[in-house]
Write a protein that binds this ligand. Structure first.
Ligand SMILES: *Cc1c(COP(=O)(O)O)cnc(C)c1O
Length: 433
């Protein structure tokens, strides 16, 4: 049976350009490249804002690590988004995109001093991952005006609830006991502006997980308030909103999440004097994931014990299939409606047998030279690239809302690859640009 014929298309996989337009783009910018769509990014962010339209205030801090390109951060910033940074480089990207001050939240872990200093310089909200970081921050930099802590809820999820994974095995956050102590220490040190944070889910599409997270956090905020007299300015529910990578998967029901969290907000926070709390999220994947595509060309077809299609891209352009066994939908340009009559492993050129974008995938008959579109690569795609085996990372292009296409990052060159090597250029014999 052809599985593609049997599947229900809940999430049609589209590409936001005609075949001819994409072929024109490829003439100018050779494959492989990731290409992002401004309109889809803005649409994804609008849907998230609408989810929380009832809240007194809502802020999305776009998780820069998903797609660390200031052009993309800027698109969301213009519509009001802040950023979630978890490294010094990401703080620079945020600043470059015009996002500074308390629109930034630094949610890192095992944080080096220079990163705290850069965050303070930008006036970012500092979200500490551990109780010992209060003293570290005070000694290596200074205490900020506003502070928050990341809560690890393993104490109430110690049954290894597989909706959410096993927080007890996660390196992140403070225990329940520590989190009370941490706010107490900060109060004693004279800090009087506070937020509360957690990040539990990852690529989660069940509404109940996010509603449950909100309940845990709202109840904790009330407990801390009652015990220490703190009125929180914000509660940040983290990221982790999933996307349907498979066409037969359902998208997240944002309406249900919004309604569920609203009910808890009025049941738990409002009667306890926390009705002005700003809700925040640090969504990455749900903003840019569906707004990016990896476009490659078929270099080789190889028939041995299996049929292989070899692309001009490899896992250094998209690691998710190798790293997480993740599914990414694949279409062939101009053959979108052709019957899936072949079974292929779609591979890259890296000397690792898990360098496969798809295994045993039913696809139309493919020829050398065909253009292959890998879908939903807009988050944790190019960003995870690496140079193992001397592989170079691809370019990034952006389709603007008016339809024009611009290159927002060039492809790496051999000069980039060798730039950090302390070896005489004359012996490397690199061609200069
Ligand atoms: C990765 C990460 C996010 C974003 O996660 P998505 O799954 O892309 O929404 C948000 N916050 C923190 C602390 C993260 O590490």
């Amino acid at each position: 049976m052809n599985e593609n014929q049997a599947e229900t298309f809940h999430t049609p996989k589209i590409f936001p350009m005609t075949e001819d337009a994409l072929r024109e783009v490829i003439k100018k910018y050779p494959t492989p490249f990731h290409i992002y769509d401004e309109k889809t990014i803005r649409e994804n962010f609008r849907k998230l804002r609408e989810t929380f339209a009832w809240a007194p205030d809502f802020r999305e801090h776009f998780a820069i690590k998903a797609t660390p390109n200031p052009y993309l951060v800027e698109i969301m910033a213009r519509d009001g988004a802040g950023t979630d940074c978890s490294s010094t480089a990401e703080l620079y990207i945020s600043e470059a995109a015009g996002v500074v001050g308390e629109k930034i939240i630094l949610t890192s872990n095992d944080t080096p001093a220079e990163e705290f200093r850069k965050a303070l310089e930008l006036g970012a909200i500092i979200n500490l991952d551990d109780i010992t970081h209060i003293e570290y921050l005070e000694q290596k930099a200074r205490l900020p005006e506003i502070i928050s802590f990341r809560y690890n809820p393993a104490d109430i999820m110690n049954d290894g609830n597989d909706i959410i994974g096993r927080p007890a095995e996660a390196k992140y956050g403070l225990t329940r006991k520590q989190i009370f102590e941490a706010y107490k220490i900060c109060l004693d040190k004279g800090i009087n502006r506070f937020g509360l944070h957690t990040m539990i889910a990852s690529n989660e599409r069940k509404s109940s997980t996010f509603i449950y997270t909100a309940r845990i956090m709202f109840e904790l905020a009330v407990k801390i308030k009652n015990e220490l007299g703190i009125t929180f300015e914000f509660i940040n529910l983290g990221g982790g909103l999933g996307i349907p990578y498979r066409p037969d998967e359902l998208p997240v029901d944002l309406k249900m999440i919004g309604d569920g969290i609203k009910k808890l907000f009025f049941e738990i926070l409002v009667p306890n004097g926390l009705g002005n709390v700003r809700l925040a999220m640090e969504s990455g994947r749900a903003m840019t994931g569906s707004a990016g595509w990896l476009v490659s060309t078929v270099l080789h077809e190889k028939n041995t014990y299996k049929n292989y299609i070899g692309l001009d891209s490899c896992m250094s352009d998209l690691m998710r299939p190798a790293l997480y066994d993740a599914y990414h939908h694949i279409t062939i340009l101009g053959k979108e409606n052709a019957p899936c009559v072949e079974t292929y492993d779609v591979t890259g050129s890296l000397c690792e047998n898990n360098d496969k974008f798809a295994i045993d995938r039913r696809l139309p008959k493919i020829e050398v030279g065909d253009v292959v579109i890998i879908h939903d690569t807009g988050a944790h795609g190019h960003a995870m690239g690496f140079n193992y085996n001397g592989k170079l990372r691809s370019a990034e292009l952006l389709i603007r809302e008016n339809g024009s296409v611009e290159m927002i990052r060039r492809a790496e060159t051999l000069n980039d690859y060798f730039a950090t090597l302390n070896f005489p250029n004359s012996r490397l014999k690199l061609k200069t640009k």
